[in-house]
Design a binder for this molecule. Sequence first.
Ligand code: DOR
Ligand code: ZN
Ligand code: ZN
Length: 399
Amino acid sequence: DVIDGAGQVLLPGFVDLHTHLREPGREDTETIETGSAAAALGGYTAVFAMANTSPVADSVVVTDHVWRRGQDVGIVDVHPVGAVTVGLEGKQLAEMGTMAAGVGNVRMFSDDGKCVDDPLLMRRALEYASSLGVLIAQHAEEPRLTVGAVAHEGPNAARLGLAGWPRAAEESIVARDALLARDAGTRVHICHASTAGTVELVKWAKGQGISITAEVTPHHLLLDDSRLATYDAVNKVNPPLRETSDVEALRQGLADGTIDCVATDHAPHAEQDKCCEFAAARPGMLGLETALSIVVRTMVEPGLIDWRGVAKVMSERPAEIVGLPDQGRPIEVGEPANLALVDPDASWTVTGPALASIANNTPYEAMTLPGRVTATLLRGRVTARDGVVRSKTDSEIGG
Ligand code: DOR
Ligand code: ZN
Ligand code: ZN
């Protein structure tokens, strides 16, 4: 099976620190198998499956299941993310040590979906994580500032009569956790940065020598709250789409390294939960198959980063942040390779039903995007080629 890479860009396999795969619990919207297919098609060789499943991934039973199921499917490494607390709204820290020691080897814990708003609990979580050498990924939303909020606080929300989601809800937690990490001498990772103020705060914290890292989603790099004009719930996401000045600051922050990496926050939802009234819809968007193209559109085409930079924000930095030894770095001679091959000149038109995810509502419907992943290799084995997933058994049969 010879792959002709003429004119194409060879990158290390992408690493997504933030993926919702919905298994266990909502297999009607995504499974580890369908999410793995989407990941492989998107150029990913490792994804971190968020903990807000049902049951919540707050025990080694769940985290080990996620890892094992991912390995059974065998087309992307599905690393389980453990919940910080027992249950999503828990007041008690989960047994992170047990999850870290399981076969799932959990190296990242998150409160994604429900912020740990108690500062003392968060401080204890950071200290516990630090003693284990694992990372806390903070969802960064002060829930007392987002009661009833469904869209970014601003004129578009007001015109539609939607409750506003202030930037301070995110920024106050980013500031708080930067300071908690400073005092505890620990690391903290900020999920889905969405405001210009968050970029400023992360820059300040890094300047102080605080061990803070941050991710930005493709949708926050591309879309802004003017999308709300159509009142279409495919644009509903948490944190919400912000203003063009925020989008600009996030792009600049990613270009200058203040924001470390791109993470998809791939969040599939059933049709009935997205194609309904905006206020009633669930927040979240598909992201795995479109991420590379959106990075090309928002970062490469405007000259903010080059292909070397794409390797950095899609693979090398996320792998470093979470400590993946075999991802996101140049391959030594003779080593099994995790690779993504990209045709930089290709463009394609997104259609939801053609995506590998079970859920197929997407804000990118009918958009034509640049750049296309033409092949993905996991430890030397082709997992996706020209838009077709190659399962473990395919390659066993096909050689
Ligand atoms: O938009 C979001 N979707 N944000 C979250 O924090 C959770 C996620 C989900 O699970 O759907
Ligand atoms: Zn979140
Ligand atoms: Zn999320």
